[in-house]
Ligand binder design. Structure first.
Ligand code: OGA
Ligand code: MN
Length: 340
């Protein structure tokens, strides 16, 4: 198969219309009580649960340290936690992220801080709204850049340090065009691989490069990154097979994955997209619908992948902002780039 024909977006659970008219979560799940909170697991397959909606948190005041620790335990178990109608603002969003890790990733403002609607270094504006209130349209660099978010990825695998957690908070849903984010269980997907495949992958090292995923999604605009873009984010190497916080092995993969050390570019891409395709089969994927401003999703980039729906020209304003917690673990900076 030529690398140009590899599938890069996949069937997923969206859109599913239920009797209530709207998809919330893939499985009509039942709730359990865990750590004093109401927990509704999303995907429960043979290996480990993946995704959970959490209720019972009072977001109107700072989250007590004890509860933060309980939430981290739940996060390690489920990898993606969904909270509805939190009412958080920028400051409390950032404050909660800071309770989860010492350092937050600083936004490099590729399009200039003066052009950023939020202008807050600890937040990424991943919505589709320009400073003047109009929606982002084809031809704008932000539009071309956003296309890469619709490829399966994990955040900032190309960054030193890589991202541990992402916290994406909605400040307003589009009235027209819908709003979903799709998540894939890389732990469950690893567990389902045959042993000979696991053996083949065990020691592989992968180079991650933001500009690779931008070019895949938008080949013309990102034929070559601009000089300042390249300097802001050079590539980084990581092990493909890693141990997740849950203790399970997982695949550390993303559309940013460009090259497997020791393989040609074509062979690398073929294996990378074969694996992404494996991880994103329907049994490992759920799609979360954003229902209202205040909804927040907190995911672990070390043990999941996700993707956005591509923006369309006709959809109305979607205001979503992300805080990103840096990894402070032993693999935060990846592994040294082996010489070829
Ligand atoms: C992100 C991202 C998905 C979305 O913020 O990292 O991939 O649905 N967002 O906007
Ligand atoms: Mn992302």
């Amino acid at each position: 198969m030529s690398i140009h024909n590899l599938p890069r977006t996949y069937q997923n659970t969206w859109p599913i219309t239920t009797s209530e008219g709207k998809l919330r979560l893939k499985i009509p799940a039942s709730s359990i009580s865990e750590r004093g909170l109401k927990v509704t697991p999303v995907l429960v397959n043979g290996h480990s649960p993946f995704g959970a909606e959490i209720e019972g948190i009072d977001w109107s005041r700072p989250i007590p340290e004890g509860l933060v620790n309980e939430l981290v335990q739940l996060q390690d178990k489920y990898a993606v936690l969904i909270f509805r109608n939190t009412g958080l603002d920028n400051a409390r969003h950032i404050a909660f992220a800071q309770q989860l890790g010492k350092d937050l990733e600083v936004n490099p403002f590729f399009f200039g801080r003066e052009n950023d609607r939020i202008g807050e270094p600890f937040l990424w504006d991943v919505g589709n709204i320009n400073r003047d209130g109009t929606t982002v349209q084809p031809g704008q660099r932000r539009w071309e850049h956003s296309k890469g978010n619709a490829l399966w990825h994990t955040d900032s695998s190309f960054h030193k340090p890589r991202a541990k957690y992402s916290l994406l908070l909605s400040h307003g849903n589009p009235a027209k065009g819908g709003s979903w984010t799709h998540f894939a269980d890389t732990r469950g997907a690893y567990a389902a691989l045959p042993q000979d495949k696991k053996d083949e992958l065990e020691s592989l090292i992968v180079e991650h490069d933001l500009w690779h995923s931008r070019k895949l999604a938008s080949p013309k605009a990102f034929k070559e990154p601009l000089c300042h873009e390249r300097n802001l984010v050079p590539p980084v190497c990581h092990k493909l097979v890693q141990t997740a916080p849950s203790g399970n092995k997982t695949l550390y993969l993303a559309a940013h994955a460009k090259r497997i050390i020791g393989k040609s570019f074509e062979d690398s891409q073929e294996l990378i997209w074969e694996l992404i395709s494996h991880c994103t089969q329907s049994q490992f994927v759920f799609s979360m619908e954003w229902l209202q401003g205040g909804d927040m999703v907190w995911w672990d980039n070390r043990q999941s992948m996700h993707r956005a729906n591509p923006y369309t020209e006709s959809m109305t304003a979607r205001d979503v902002r992300r805080a990103t917690v840096n990894d402070d673990g032993p693999f935060a900076l990846g592994v040294p780039t082996p010489s070829m």
